[in-house]
Design a protein around this ligand. Structure first.
Ligand code: GUN
Length: 290
């Protein structure tokens, strides 16, 4: 085993401390940053994620409003709630936990969010801003991965980054962020020819395919920095266990590797609260120290 383990918990704790300080400053100027979290249905994994987000929000002084709604909710009711939150000046960020039940059109819901309250960065205005390199809210998981990479490597300029997976939540925005950081970027997906050979070229390898153990030793160049975004629940005789998209043996060849859990997950939550603070600051410019 040669890879350094990248401590996402510690990195997240440092960022949360900065967020807490800035939240205190904004509060001292009369603004209470607030995040509304909407959960539709009772998917157990989503319930855990939402609970963790609410707990961390409280720890940094961000008020949270939790809306837990039944799985058979009609889309029009969800849109009405979003309209009310959009119009509420005391709410600065709105997060709709995904996935949504099948009767609800996810795209329609995400486009209904006010872009400056869209702390997930999923609205097309924020997606477009990211593609253009303009200011906007950036998706939390890839933004967290970028920070972990910069902690490890400093300037990423000129490095070959390979992202496995092309989801709107992780793969696509991750590729955009790495490009903005001046990497050479390859996006590998299920139709790619010889994914292993493409990944072996990577100085930076981000695995976000949602397939347990997909990235094996022969996919990894010795010394590469490997970020494992996978959170896959695998059933064992002894119960369920969380495993990443990267096989454990990769630790023998990678230069650095994020563990699952304790790598990317804590950073995602920290970036969500960072985005909520920055949404509040943008909505109340007078509450920002100069
Ligand atoms: N479900 C899985 N990941 C995410 C995320 O980053 N944001 C939201 N809202 N839902 C998710």
């Amino acid at each position: 085993m040669s890879a350094r383990l990248i401590d996402g918990k510690a990195a997240a704790a440092r960022l949360l401390q900065e967020v807490a300080q800035d939240v205190a400053e904004v509060r001292a100027r009369g603004i209470q940053p607030a995040l509304a979290v909407i959960l539709v249905g009772s998917d157990p994994a989503s319930q855990v994620y939402v609970r963790n987000k609410l707990r961390r929000a409280a720890e940094v002084g961000i008020r949270s409003l939790s809306h837990e709604l039944p799985a058979d909710l009609e889309q029009i009711e969800l849109l009405a709630l979003i309209a009310a939150l959009n119009a509420n000046p005391e709410v600065h960020g709105i997060l709709v936990q995904l996935p949504l039940p099948p009767q609800i059109d996810e795209a329609a819901v995400l486009q209904a969010l006010r872009p400056d309250k869209d702390v997930d960065g999923f609205h097309r205005e924020n997606v477009g801003a990211l593609a253009l390199g303009q200011p906007g809210l950036v998706p939390c998981t890839p933004a967290g991965c970028l920070r972990l990479l910069q902690d490890q490597l400093g300037d990423l300029s000129g490095r070959h980054a390979v992202v496995v997976g092309r989801s709107n939540i992780v793969g696509k925005p991750m590729a955009a962020l790495l490009l903005q950081a001046h990497c050479t970027v390859t996006l590998v997906h299920s139709r790619s020819r010889d994914a292993a050979a493409l990944c072996r070229q990577a100085d930076i390898l981000v695995a976000a395919a949602g397939q347990p153990g997909l990235v094996t030793v022969d996919w990894v160049k010795p010394g590469a920095v490997v970020i494992d975004v996978g959170i896959n629940r695998v059933e064992h005789a002894a119960g369920a266990r969380l495993v990443g998209d990267v096989a454990p043996e990769v630790a023998a060849v990678a230069g650095a590797l994020t563990p699952v859990p304790g790598g990317v997950g804590p950073m995602t939550i920290a970036l969500l609260l960072h985005n909520t603070l920055s949404a509040a600051q943008r909505q109340h410019p007078h509450a920002v120290a100069t």
